[in-house]
Design a protein around this ligand. Structure first.
Ligand code: C2E
Length: 837
């Protein structure tokens, strides 16, 4: 609505009247101007003949009529505002007439009235029938001045105004008030919305503003009017009247002041309440959290943030319950309906409630929220206030953190931490239900080689694909985890109850896994053949079976599967456990061996075909303080696995060089050659070349007297790197020998590429050379290969003359074995050579 037309009498001073220029003025003019400012609705202020004003309202040409008294007749036509001014209506009569006191006393007289005035209805109802009607109060009072009429019914404010203006006030008397009417604004019957707008607008005009307007038009009261009247009567009465009046003035003044102060106070309070309410509404609307007001479980009101949170307009939230805008089941598994009633009941009992809640938006997305519910008193009614914070982002971050903490980022499989949890649960369940479960420990064979040769990206692809294949080999409820590197674990629960049946079930799955991982993988458009070793452990929740223990046992079984040729599966057995424990103890002791100088070197002679000693092989010995002499076969693999071999290997090389330098000073030992074993892990060290160079340089021996014995597996692990290292050391003059030749790959292709000097025929072939035709052929072939490639063949483990004869016959030129001497301490070795000479 942009404008309204307001009609009213234009001749009702001082409320509304026309000034000398014909302009409409008065209290109501000012009221409506303020109303216009407050509402922003333009007002067509149409002051006119009162009768016409009512006619315009009747035929719909005006929206609001002002200065209307409420009568029974009018109530049928209009809806009235609250009264805003009290107007007394009286009968004015010429001084020549007496006895006019009320309506009754008017009977038989012609009474002047304004056409359409409420007093006509009033007097008619009381038997007055003769009326002289005038278009306005002004015309009525003018007619009285000209003695056209002598009795008039007029509202007091305009009467006093016009009698004074016409100068006829002295000629007329006034009856006691007939009745007091009240000014209303009115709209056509049924137009309550307009009436509300009108009322709201006036409610925004403060009492002070009204007071200010009223005062402007009524003027300040002349309090000495009573004094003038009293003076006329003189004497004591005057004095009394003066005193009484003075007291009244003081009382009136103080009352006015008190009323003024109180009015001001109330107005301030009202304004402050309005401001506070506006402030709270603003806070409510602009809060960063969604806020709901609830009666029980029903939403009474909510703010803008709630609309955003739920993706719904307010009108679709109000009147509904939170459960109706949520999924049937909350993330904690509780029914939304049930949880809502529970938290509301708790909050209604007075305890503040904090809980998580999930909403479902109309677009199907979820919003996770943290809700704080507490009591709220609204105008005496106990409601609930819910402050709802959107924590969707936080929940996602928590889920992501959990995923990172419990899942392997490469394969998306659960990691070791989650596995530990699940193992604990599985063990407890197994014990409770007397059911058997199995833990399968899976390790890919030769994964490291793939990683080193084809790069980590390809290695990663293989691991991901392994994860997929494992998933296909087990039931949906079985648990798969990646422990790291190429190690995976499968947890099978609820196997059949008898141990042999459970073992059968687990073995079936393990076989399926071995078979599946044996199938070629297509990696980066390249077919890769892999295999896996699987260790199985069956558990029943026995007391000694902790999650760590069963994982260790499955690992041990896997290790067993690896050592028994890979690409296979192996069940854990207690003997295996024993060997594992022994191995663990050995490792602990091995760590102390070097600092406690428990190692020494033994030397075994190398001879030529004339049985002349041309050198020796340095062999490591461990003199254990309690266990006695421990051979390298028992501890070298352990040292290799735990990494101690690097330090031990360097110690061996240093000790061998020291020994060599010492022997060089002996007559006839100047060209003595010494061979030293180098383990795979030691050789793979990036600083292997630098370490050897340092040791040799520091010892001062001639590098050409030194032979390093490498094994096939350590060289083939990374052929290019091996070649580079060997070339670097060969520039110093170091000789390279391929140890245990024939037991590994023995491929001609790599033999040709490696800068080798010697091939050592493994003693396992030499042992049965005379009896086993196969071994004899192998030995002959190795010697021939060596000859073709310009390599010296050295036979080790020569124990008999027949073996020596055979070897010599087929071209072997160097020999080592018990036939020529067992490994001996340095002193014994020198002594033995002396005796030989
Ligand atoms: N039955 C029989 N055996 C004979 C005969 N002649 C020599 N042997 C044994 O054969 C092994 C030869 O050493 P290897 O092949 O390098 O095999 C060595 C070598 O691979 C490793 N090893 C020994 N010392 C070291 C070392 O300092 N560093 C590294 N990395 N490995 C070492 O331990 C293996 C075993 O060494 P040992 O027990 O000393 O065993 C030695 C030696 O005692 C014989 O006629 N008959």
């Amino acid at each position: 609505m942009t404008s309204i037309r307001v009609v009213l009498d234009d001749n009702y001073p001082p409320y509304v009247f026309r000034d000398a220029n014909g302009q409409v003025q008065g209290i109501l003019r000012d009221y409506w101007k303020l109303w216009e400012q407050r509402t922003g609705i333009a007002v067509d202020f149409a002051a006119m003949d009162w009768n016409k004003a009512q006619a315009m309202m009747a035929n719909g040409e005006a929206d609001v009529i002002d200065t209307l008294f409420e009568t029974e007749e009018r109530k049928k036509l209009f809806d009235f505002s609250a009264a805003y001014a009290r107007i007394e209506v009286a009968i004015y009569f010429h001084q020549s007439i007496g006895g006019i006191t009320d309506a009754e006393s008017l009977k038989g007289f012609a009474v002047a009235a304004k056409d359409g005035d409420a007093c006509i209805e009033y007097l008619r109802a009381r038997g007055v029938k003769d009326f002289r009607l005038y278009p306005s109060y002004e015309a009525e009072i003018k007619a009285a001045g000209q003695h056209e009429v002598r009795i008039l019914c007029v509202d007091r404010p305009p009467a006093e105004y016009f009698f004074a203006r016409e100068g006829t006030a002295e000629e007329f008397r006034r009856s006691p008030p007939l009745y007091a009417g009240e000014f209303h604004r009115a709209v056509r019957k049924g137009n309550s919305e307009l009436l509300r707008i009108v009322e709201d607008g006036f409610a925004r005009i403060t009492p002070e503003e009204r007071e200010e307007i009223d005062q402007r038009w009524f003027g300040e009261r002349l309090h000495y009017g009573a004094w003038q009247r009293a003076a006329r009567y003189g004497g004591y009465l005057a004095l009394f009247a003066l005193l009484a009046f003075s007291a009244l003035v003081v009382w009136n003044w103080s009352l006015r002041r008190r009323v003024g102060a109180r009015t001001e106070e109330l107005s301030l309070t009202l304004n402050s309440l309005r401001e506070t309410e506006a402030r709270f509404r603003k806070l409510f609307e602009q809060a960063n959290d969604a806020i709901y007001i609830l009666r029980g479980t029903t939403v009474l009101d909510c703010n803008q943030c709630a609309e955003t949170l739920q993706g719904l307009p307010r009108e679709r939230i109000v009147g509904q319950t939170p459960a109706s805008a949520s999924p049937p089941v909350q993330p904690n598994g509780r029914s939304s309906e049930e949880l809502m009633h529970e938290v509301v009941t708790n909050a209604q009992s007075g305890q503040p409630v904090l809980f998580d809640w999930r909403y479902l938006r109309p677009d199907g997305s979820f919003v996770d929220a943290e809700v704080s519910l507490s009591l709220l008193d609204i105008g005496g009614e106990t409601c609930l206030q819910a402050i709802v914070r959107d924590i969707t982002e936080r929940k996602l971050a928590e889920a992501e953190i959990e995923r990172l903490a419990y899942f392997d980022t490469l394969t998306q499989l659960p990691n070791r931490r989650l596995l530990q949890d699940r193992l604990r649960q599985a063990l407890a369940a197994s014990k409770r239900r007397h059911a058997m479960g199995a833990l399968l420990f899976i390790d890919l064979d030769n994964f490291k080689t793939l990683n080193d040769t084809r790069g980590h990206d390809v290695g990663d692809c293989l691991l991901k694909e392994v994860g997929h294949r494992l998933r296909k080999c087990v039931r949906a409820e079985d648990f798969i985890a990646r422990l790291g590197g190429d190690e995976f674990v499968v947890l099978l629960e609820d196997l059949r109850q008898l141990p042999h049946e459970a073992a059968f079930d687990a073995e079936m799955v393990a076989q399926k896994i071995v078979e599946s991982l044996r199938q070629p993988f297509l990696l980066d458009a390249y077919e890769h053949h892999s295999s896996a070793s699987v260790g199985l452990y069956l558990f029943s929740g026995a007391p000694e079976e902790s999650s760590e223990e069963i994982l260790k046992r499955a690992d041990a079984a896997m290790y067993q599967a690896k050592t028994s040729g890979r690409n296979t599966l192996c069940f854990f057995d207690p003997a295996m456990q024993q060997s594992l424990e022994t191995r663990a103890a050995l490792e602990a002791e091995l760590r102390r061996a070097l600092p406690q100088r428990q190692f020494f070197l033994a030397f075994q002679a190398k001879v030529d075909s004339e049985r002349r000693v041309v050198g020796a092989e340095a062999l490591l010995r461990w003199q254990h303080p309690e266990r006695g002499l421990i051979t390298p076969g028992q501890f070298i693999p352990v040292a290799e696995e735990c990494g101690l071999i690097v330090a031990i290997g360097n110690w061996v090389l240093e000790s061998a060089c020291v020994q060599l330098r010492e022997w060089n000073s002996l007559p006839g030992w100047e060209n003595f050659r010494l061979a030293v074993n180098v383990s795979g892990r030691q050789f793979r060290q990036p600083d292997f070349v630098a370490a050897v160079c340092n040791i040799v340089r520091n010892s001062g021996v001639d590098a050409r007297q030194l032979t390093l014995e490498l094994t096939e597996s350590s060289v083939l692990d990374n052929v290019a790197d091996s070649i580079e290292k060997m070339h670097a050391l060969k520039t110093l003059g170091i000789v390279f020998s391929m140890d245990d030749f024939g037991t590994g790959y023995s491929s001609l292709s790599y033999l040709k590429r490696l800068p080798l000097d010697e091939l050592k025929i493994d003693q396992s072939f030499v042992r049965d050379i005379s009896s086993d035709a196969g071994d004899a052929t192998i030995v002959r072939t190795i010697i021939a290969m060596g000859q073709n490639l310009g390599l010296t063949a050295v036979a080790e483990g020569v124990e008999s003359e027949s073996q020596l004869e055979f070897l010599k016959r087929y071209g072997c030129t160097l020999f080592q074995g018990y036939l020529f001497g067992r490994p001996q301490s340095a002193a014994d070795f020198v002594e033995a050579q002396r005796q030989r000479e």
